[in-house]
Write a protein of this length. Structure first.
Length: 74
């Protein structure tokens, strides 16, 4: 038995794909909602927030000093 969930964009009920190879925009209800989510990520409206370890901070600082930050700054 599969359990339905909600589309994270429009909150419609979504059924997971019946088979692994089936084309389905799961967990989204439609391709449109999948595209809306992608656009939000690309605009920076979402973020994965976790504490940085000291060595990660050093890596970021070194990349910024070398101009390797890709145009992003903290």
């Amino acid at each position: 038995m599969t359990r339905s969930s909600q589309c994270p964009i429009c909150r419609k009920s979504v059924e997971p794909p019946a088979t692994a190879g089936q084309a389905n925009p799961f967990p989204f209800c439609s391709d449109r909602c999948r595209q809306v989510d992608l656009l939000r990520w690309s605009k920076g409206q979402y973020a994965i927030v976790e504490p940085l370890k000291p060595d990660q901070i050093d890596e970021i600082a070194a990349a910024e000093d070398e101009g390797l930050d890709g145009g992003y700054s903290m």
